[in-house]
Design a protein around this ligand. Structure first.
Ligand code: OSB
Ligand code: MG
Length: 382
């Protein structure tokens, strides 16, 4: 059995890191409680070892600090000033984690560096931290879709009909205090007729004066509401729970570490977890969280940040170790982009992604070049 110590001992050499900023056109506009998005700015981290082996990680924070306190320009500065100067030609994976752990916060950035290094390690040794998870991974991973806020009823109807027909295992609707409830009233017959699970995600947009709308969603659907209140607005959370003890809350933004998770669990406030590998700081941290959730029967699934195929492949692999999850927010490539940067693209059939289909999924350098808006290479200094 692989122990954590065995993984920490694995060697990882370092020659340089290339920071690649991409801008990928989206298929359609996406609106949420956070803001409006027409294209996906992505930051890819390429780690090259001293033998020329390359690994890729994706930093999936937004270009602005409106989902988390990280943003792409900040991530670049962090890698440049506080990560690369401390990397040496030869270190262990454990040494790298120590260096990253010393930095407070910046989880998406640290996760991207860890991911790139892990890809190099796996190419060189065939070993990965996934060996620490004892269960056999799923061959097929169930997928849900995250739908934005709509300002036109006809458009919303079309999108919902299409999502149901495509076979998604869950429909998650973005909501905010000024969401069009009348639109939901119109599409409810369609939602209730389908046996697809429906959930909601407020991205922390509800305040203490918005509980009426919050309760509409909690009571009408009696299903999961993701991050209704801003992280740490414990006062509002308690008020909502007191008014409506049966609400079922899934946390996203609120959980950045296993400590956050344990705190909510100990307080009896934790119903379900959206685990984003980047938000909690990477693969090793995610594995710890998955193990804690499994031990305590806490439902847990993998969330997305509209990653390119790079980050999404890793997310799907993580999801394959969660046999009890209803669905993960990991839609296929063509849901998001006019063109993804991996080949073959990530495909879904009947709401499932076949893990086998990801085996040869590789980053395409011609597509990277096509969508790069800026890049820089940082060399080892010692
Ligand atoms: O709240 O889950 C969220 C995307 C960006 C920022 C926050 C969120 C999301 C999603 C996208 O819901 C899910 C996906 O990648 O399909
Ligand atoms: Mg969310």
């Amino acid at each position: 059995m692989t122990q954590k110590e065995d993984i920490l001992q694995l060697p990882i050499s370092f020659k340089n890191i290339r920071l690649i900023r991409l801008n990928l056109p989206q298929k359609e506009q996406f609106v949420s409680g956070i803001g409006v998005r027409n294209s996906r700015e992505a930051l890819i981290i390429e780690w090259e070892d001293i033998h020329g082996v390359k690994g890729y990680g994706e930093c999936s924070c937004r270009p602005d600090p409106y989902y988390s306190d990280e943003f792409i320009e900040g991530a670049i500065a962090l890698v440049d000033q506080f990560i690369v100067p401390f990397l040496v030609t030869n270190q262990t994976f454990g040494d790298l984690l120590k260096l990253l752990d010393k930095i407070r916060g910046w989880n998406f950035t640290k996760a991207a560096v860890e991911m790139a290094a892990l890809q190099v390690i796996e190419k060189n040794t065939g070993k990965s931290p996934f060996e620490l998870l004892q269960n056999k991974p799923l061959d097929h991973v169930p997928v849900g879709i995250s739908l934005g806020l709509y300002t036109e009823l006809d458009r919303m109807k079309k999108v919902v009909k299409n999502a149901l027909e495509t076979g998604y295992k869950r429909l998650k609707f973005k909501i905010s205090p000024n969401v069009r409830i009348d639109f939901f009233e119109e599409i409810n017959p369609m939602l209730f007729a389908a046996d697809t699970y429906v959930s909601f995600d407020a991205n922390g947009s509800f305040g203490e004066n918005d509980l009426e709308i919050f309760n509409y969603f909690a009571n009408t659907y009696q299903s999961m509401i993701e991050q209704p209140f801003a992280p740490n607005r414990f006062d509002v959370l308690l008020k909502a729970k007191k008014e409506n003890p049966d609400v079922y809350i899934c946390y996203d933004e609120e959980i950045k570490s296993i400590g956050d998770l344990m705190k909510l669990h100990h307080l009896g406030l934790l119903d379900e977890v959206n685990l984003k590998v980047g938000r909690v700081g990477g693969v090793m941290k995610s594995i710890e969280i998955i193990q804690y959730c499994a031990e305590h029967n806490i439902p847990c699934w993998i969330g997305g940040m509209f990653e390119t195929g790079i980050g999404r492949t890793l997310n799907l692999r993580m999801a394959s170790y969660l046999p009890n999850a209803r669905a993960h927010d990991l839609s296929p490539s063509d849901r998001y982009f006019l063109e993804d940067i991996v080949q073959p693209n990530i495909e879904m059939n009947n709401g499932m992604v076949a893990m086998q289909s990801l085996q040869n999924c590789e980053i395409q350098s011609n597509l990277i070049d096509k969508y790069t808006i800026d890049q820089k290479t940082l060399e080892a200094t010692c």
